[in-house]
Design a binder for this molecule. Structure first.
Ligand code: C2E
Ligand code: MG
Ligand code: MG
Ligand code: MG
Length: 285
């Protein structure tokens, strides 16, 4: 029997499951090659200062330019990279490329390097001495530590708490800043937040989405902004798509913003123009 109809039985050779497994194995082999073939591309989404609409920095977001499948979203290969351990070389690549790019823009503009935010997976904490990797990348690229921000989800605070706390303390000692990504979607408690050396809370898009509608929902984003303020952290709203959301967040005291309203993540060339010429970002006024 290829299929079972409920009960405690399982499908021994469900053709769909097999196809899924083959596809996964293929993708894994391809991802391994992608790293060596230069198929991973870093795109950049600006972070905007709510006060004057200036570009204060970028978030580096990886994409995979697959030779057959086209551009693949990180949502479709980061989980695979995490499961296979490929996230370690992948993460190192994105970190290096983002810092290298920030330094190239600095040389071209004669201005100090922009603030660069790079996503790190909880797996990079488990499997490597992240602080040692970051130190090497900073030294190798010349990127000043205080220009680099590492974004991590609440899971870093909630799993292997003592080990990860020690790593975060090492990272802070290097001078990098730390942000909690997708804040509000995890289960971190106030007690954890206070213990960890976090500088920034990024308000998850799901809270921003609900703004402009029910006042009930606005309370959630407002509470996160206030929480950030009372803990001495800056707040960044992610996923702003409409002016109403921007206005509401600014009124709440949220300092920085990201979202399609201002700019989508764009390839390095476009991000450079956006930074050097101020072109392409919608004003927040
Ligand atoms: P994230 O770090 O929370 O990044 C924000 C995601 O929201 C990005 O999706 C971005 O394109 C999208 N976004 C930005 N503004 C808007 C908006 O106004 N509306 C909507 N609907 N979406 C918006 P992306 O680039 O597909 O990345 C998805 C996730 O993949 C990231 O979420 C992050 O968790 C992960 N990721 C991306 N690059 C890396 C990386 O280099 N390393 C690791 N570990 N994870 C990465
Ligand atoms: Mg992020
Ligand atoms: Mg996020
Ligand atoms: Mg998010």
């Amino acid at each position: 029997r290829a299929k079972t109809s409920g009960g405690s039985g399982f499908a021994a050779y469900d053709p769909q499951m097999l196809a899924g497994l083959v596809e996964r194995l293929e993708l894994e082999a391809d991802l391994r090659l992608a790293l060596t073939r230069g198929e991973l591309k870093v795109h950049y989404q600006p972070t905007i200062d709510m006060a004057d609409s200036s570009v204060v920095g970028f978030e580096a977001l990886v994409r995979w330019q697959h030779p057959v499948r086209g551009l693949i979203s990180p949502m479709d290969f980061i989980p695979l990279a995490e499961a296979t351990g490929l996230i370690v070389p992948l993460g190192r690549y994105v970190l290096t490329e983002a810092c290298r790019q920030a330094m190239e823009w600095a040389r071209e503009s004669g201005r100090p390097p922009v603030k660069m935010a790079v996503n790190v997976s909880v797996r990079q904490f488990d499997r490597t001495d992240l602080a040692a990797v970051v130190r090497e990348v900073l030294t190798g690229t010349g990127m000043p530590a205080d220009r680099l921000c590492l974004e991590m989800t609440e899971s870093v605070l909630m799993t292997d708490t003592e080990e990860n706390l020690a790593q975060l303390v090492h990272l802070k000692a290097l001078g990098v800043t730390l942000a909690i990504d997708d804040f509000g979607t995890g289960y971190s408690s106030l007690a954890y937040l206070r213990r960890f050396p976090v500088d920034t809370l990024k308000i998850d898009r799901s809270f921003v989405e609900r703004l402009g509608g029910q006042s009930d929902d606005a309370a959630l984003a407002g509470t996160i902004v206030q929480l950030g303020q009372s803990l001495g952290m800056t707040t960044v709203a992610e996923g702003i798509e409409e002016y109403g959301q921007l206005a509401a967040l600014r009124a709440m005291g949220c300092e920085f913003a990201q979202g399609f309203y201002f700019s989508r993540p764009v390839p390095a060339g476009e991000a450079g123009r956006l930074l050097l010429e101020g072109a392409g970002v919608r004003p927040a006024a």
